[in-house]
Ligand binder design. Structure first.
Ligand code: PSU
Length: 307
């Protein structure tokens, strides 16, 4: 393999290649949420359902992962199903995306790595559940997700349900502000907290339509302002878990993490998995519902950008 040959590093699913060639809207989707964020088979059901939502809303889905050393932009259903079952997939971020390509490994892309892949493929909009951020206790652990730095440098719109409430959300917003990342809450003045519609924190910016978000992004480009943008989408009311109820569950999950000595990359997957156990599956149903809502909004933004 010649490392300089893009064709040997990246492969596009046929419908993604066709959409790229004809300038049709594409929505990038990540894969860490599949391999590290949710248990099987809910993860596969979610991955299939969100691809269907993108198509229903008039765009092409591109789920991104590294398969045997090749960056796949768009996965066949067979590959998606196989990935959802794999226990050994790496969790790839900016630091190790190219490592997996160079070493022929298989790995799922986080928000940061999916942004890099999307930008490389010319895809401007990406939907996930919730971004990584500043972890609670970061003042001693220094655990801050690479997702925040990626938002500052890579020009992709990321639609999420805010930052996961397992994080220190005020500090996460502070870092985003310092790094010059626009944080726009869709249809609300309050920044959401993933499983809950409200974090109790004011959203830095607010926009109410996909068209307005597309216009904002076009003006940023026209001004030569680089970097990404975070769209925070409060989940549907009927799916939310009240903030105080969720907070008690999070504290319990964090206690378990401390006991188990979990650190670094393993923290987020561990906490998400413990929360599914603590809430008897409710946090998973809520997670799936919020991802679906984010994907729908992301697709509407991608369609507005392409118009
Ligand atoms: N959204 C979800 N579930 C997830 C994630 C997002 O609903 O598991 C993943 C994303 O891939 C994100 C990662 O980049 O969690 C954050 O991991 P960390 O805190 O280790 O940076």
């Amino acid at each position: 393999m010649s490392p300089k040959n893009d064709a040997s590093l990246v492969t596009y699913a046929p419908d993604v290649a066709e959409a790229r060639a004809s300038g049709k809207p594409i929505v990038a989707l990540e894969s860490t949420i599949i391999t590290h964020g949710m248990p099987y088979p809910g993860n596969l059901e979610m991955a299939r359902a969100v691809e269907a939502i993108v198509r229903e809303e008039g765009a092409t889905p591109a789920t991104i992962a590294v398969i045997d050393g090749v960056l796949n932009v768009g996965l066949s259903d067979e590959t998606l199903a196989a990935l959802a079952l794999r226990k050994d997939a790496m969790k790839l971020s900016r630091a190790d995306l190219a490592f997996a390509l160079a070493e022929g490994r298989t790995g799922a892309t986080t928000v940061a790595a999916t942004m890099i892949a999307a930008a490389h493929a010319g895809i401007g909009v990406f939907a996930t559940g919730g971004i990584g951020g500043v972890h609670r206790g970061a003042e001693t652990s220094f655990d801050i997700s690479a997702d925040l730095d990626e938002l500052a440098r890579t020009g992709v719109i990321v639609v999420s349900a805010g930052a996961k409430a397992i994080l220190d959300v005020p500090k996460t917003l502070e870092v985003l502000e310092t790094r010059g990342v626009p944080v726009v809450t869709f249809g609300s003045d309050v920044f959401p907290a993933f499983w809950s519609r409200e974090s109790g924190l004011k959203s830095p910016l607010r926009l109410d339509t996909p068209d307005a978000i597309a216009r904002f992004q076009k003006v940023r480009s026209a001004m030569g302002i680089t970097g990404g943008m975070l769209i925070a989408n409060p989940l549907p009311v009927e799916d939310e878990i009240a903030r105080d109820v969720m907070e008690a569950h999070i504290r319990e999950a964090m206690g378990r993490a401390e006991k188990a000595g979990v650190s670094a990359k393993a923290v987020t997957p561990f906490l998400l998995s413990e929360l599914v156990d603590i809430t008897s599956g409710k946090s998973l149903r809520t997670n799936i519902a919020l991802v679906k809502a984010n994907v729908r909004l992301a697709t509407r933004i991608a369609v507005a950008l392409a118009a």
